[in-house]
Design a protein around this ligand. Structure first.
Ligand code: FPP
Length: 263
């Protein structure tokens, strides 16, 4: 007899800890397609379905911000034909998905060096950002032509410019002043950093901002990363204790004070 394994049913608990910000490296599209003897671009197209699933599940679960690594600064080195198809996919996804973003109250922002993209894509990005600017259920950030070191270098340049222009005292340069000049200074830093596709690397994604993020690596290839796989990652996060340099006793005591008050 074949034994069937029941999938774990994750019951939402009232006090379940939900990450305020999830950052994801969506890896494994090419391998997923190769396993099916299809071109790599087929994997990217299927990957759009996982993007949709994770965005909508984030809204349902109350994740405030979701940042997806869609195209790294290094991805320009891929074959021209693959880069072209990815650009077309971004343009069509922006056009076709914007109404779903509006329906789901999702605000879209794109982070990265956008000037390198085709004009048509830049227009599509600006339009979609404007159309969703007042939405509030989820901040969806798509990182495109983005690199963590690019972000940090740009912030350093902005600091120097501010000091030279007399807007900032050199002695006032601290972590906060630095962080304010990175991408998305107005949003919380990622609490949960997910990478699909089996590699266990950060690959130059939100480096500074992920200093305290919980890391979650899964072998699931991105096109197979559906709502259930995402809920497993959230469930794993909910079980972790985040100490930020404190002892676990200190963390437990703070949690007790939060739950029951001091008295
Ligand atoms: C990495 O897989 C994936 C990418 C470089 C592209 C990600 C793009 C999408 C999921 C499509 C659309 C996204 C949006 C936001 C509309 P890989 O090609 O490196 O896979 P491999 O490691 O198996 O080769």
């Amino acid at each position: 007899m074949v034994e069937t394994v029941k999938p774990a049913i994750l019951i939402p608990e009232p006090n379940r800890r939900v990450p305020r910000h999830v950052a994801i490296i969506m890896d494994g599209n090419g391998r997923w397609a190769k396993q099916r003897h299809r071109p790599r671009t087929h994997g990217h197209r299927e990957g759009v379905k996982s993007v949709r699933a994770v965005v909508e599940e984030s809204v349902r679960q109350g994740v405030g911000t979701l940042t997806l690594f869609a195209f790294s600064s290094e991805n320009w080195q891929r074959p021209r034909s693959e880069v072209n198809i990815l650009m077309e996919l971004f343009i069509s996804a922006l056009r076709d998905e914007v109404h779903r973003l509006i329906e789901n109250d999702v605000r879209l922002r794109v982070i990265g060096e956008l000037s390198a993209f085709p004009e048509k894509l830049q227009h599509g990005i600006r339009d979609a950002e404007a159309l969703t600017a007042n939405n509030a259920a989820l901040n969806l950030q798509v990182a495109a032509n983005y690199g963590g070191r690019w972000d940090i270098t740009r912030a350093a340049r902005a600091l120097v410019a501010d000091v030279l222009a007399g807007r900032l005292d050199q002695a006032a340069i601290d972590e906060q002043a630095f962080a304010q000049r990175l991408s998305f200074p107005d949003l919380p830093e990622p609490d949960l950093f997910i990478r699909t596709g089996g590699e266990r690397r950060l690959s130059n994604f939100v480096l500074w901002q992920s200093a305290y993020a919980e890391l979650y690596f899964t072998d699931v290839l991105w096109p197979d990363f559906d709502e259930e796989a995402f809920r497993h990652a959230l469930d794993d996060f909910a079980r972790r204790q985040r100490r930020f340099g404190r002892t676990s006793e200190q963390v437990d005591a703070r949690a007790a004070v939060r739950a029951y008050g001091r008295g």
